[in-house]
Design a binder for this molecule. Structure first.
Ligand code: NAD
Length: 365
């Protein structure tokens, strides 16, 4: 078959240990005059200290939670509107970056956040500049046009060019304080991005290359970063793999494993990475084909069975929930139904209907 694809990647990426110190230069380059920062509690004191030093930082919203709520978007948007900001900086894991993206996309609009969330209003044509600074090695949100935000128990992924950051600063040093379990959750999220980008029905050759390198790097470094968070070489390699993971799914989008992660987070409250990891080894077996065998050989594995086994071992090492019994009382009919109807399931190379998903989950009983 003739080779044909479209590839684009608009984010300017600054990568390296200590790269965070370039924030001032990045603000200059992006022409930022006034900005707000969205971050979680972990980073809030640093952000407040930055605000004291740089008069361009007008306000800080330091209350972003895991699986971020729309209320955090509303607060960040209010600060951006009140201060007349021209940029929003998201510093943190995917939760903080996605909050910043959403606020930047709607700040110049005239409607409430809920109207954009429910798709009742189109996103405004003009938006604020987005600068993303990841502090976990997992989501790749710094290079995607996706924002994942919850409203109550509903968790919604919105895909819109308005969410694309202008610049990303990936400094592995910022991830050195991530606790071991979150290191494993987020690292397996990056693995899921690479594998799903690779097996997505919309995969393409440049994304494939980055996916293979991401999987190889994660297999070599995730356990090291989990066991010793101060191992900066492992942290740096994981930050790089997470970035590659983001780039490898940004265009092809994710598939079955991510589709299943939504009900697992909404109804059983698993953090995003743990929810992806829950079915990742199952999907490696389900989606096993010649292409996936090729990926396995390129990363030094004997085949898909070994890949599935390595993922299961990493989950076990960190004590991640991996059996239905770990979730409490499970409504299997609802779980299989909700996974089957999620839009991302259409990207999975093997058709997975409710019956097939039920059978997959029954094997995890
Ligand atoms: P997170 O942002 O929820 O952070 C997890 C926890 O780690 C939080 O308590 C946070 O405060 C803490 N934390 C973050 N950095 C830290 C650090 N350096 N030291 C100590 N603690 C730190 O987790 P995440 O996995 O990075 O992001 C998950 C969210 O991102 C989910 O909502 C998920 O759906 C979304 N997501 C978005 C995309 C995208 O493309 N936009 C892709 C994948 C996932």
């Amino acid at each position: 078959m003739a080779l044909e694809f479209v590839y684009a990647q608009p984010v300017k990426i600054y990568f390296g240990e200590g790269a965070f110190a370039k924030l001032t230069t990045v603000l200059d380059e992006c022409g930022v005059k006034r900005c707000v920062i969205a971050c979680g509690r972990h980073f809030a004191p640093t952000a407040e200290a930055m605000k004291e030093k740089d008069s361009r930082i007008a306000a800080v919203f330091g209350g972003v939670e895991q699986n971020p709520q729309l209320s955090g978007v509303i607060e960040t948007t209010r600060l951006a509107r009140e201060t007349g900001a021209d940029a929003v900086i998201g510093i943190g894991g995917g939760s903080a970056i996605d909050t910043a993206k959403f606020a930047a996309a709607i700040a110049l609009g005239d409607a409430e956040a809920i109207a954009y969330y429910h798709g009742e209003k189109p996103f405004p044509e003009k938006r604020l500049t987005i600068i993303a600074v990841p502090t976990t090695a997992g989501t790749g949100s710094e290079v995607t046009q996706v924002s994942v935000v919850s409203h109550g128990s509903e968790k919604r992924t919105i895909n819109n060019p308005a969410f694309m950051p202008k610049a990303a600063i990936v400094d592995p040093v910022l991830s050195s304080t991530v606790p071991p379990r979150t290191t494993m959750n987020t690292g397996l999220d990056a693995m899921a991005h690479a594998l799903e980008g690779y097996w997505s029905k919309n995969h393409q050759p440049i994304s494939d290359l980055m996916a293979i390198e991401a999987v190889r790097t994660i297999l070599e470094n995730l356990e090291k970063a989990y066991r010793d968070g101060s191992d900066m070489q492992a942290r740096a390699n994981m930050a790089y793999a997470s970035l590659l993971g983001g780039l490898s799914f940004a265009l092809p989008k994710t598939a079955g494993c991510h589709a299943c992660s939504y009900p697992l987070s909404e109804d059983y409250h698993l953090p995003h990475g743990e929810a992806c990891a829950f079915t990742l080894d199952s999907f490696v077996r389900i989606n096993a084909d010649e292409r996936l065998e090729l990926l396995c050989r390129r990363v030094g594995l004997s085949g898909t069975e070994e890949l599935a086994g390595r993922i299961a071992e990493l989950k076990k090492l960190a004590g991640l929930r991996s059996r239905l019994g770990d979730l409490g009382e499970v409504d299997l009919d609802k779980l299989a139904h909700d996974c089957a109807v999620h839009g991302l399931m259409n990207n999975n190379p093997v058709r997975m209907d409710e019956k097939a998903l039920r059978a997959m989950f029954e094997k995890l009983a």
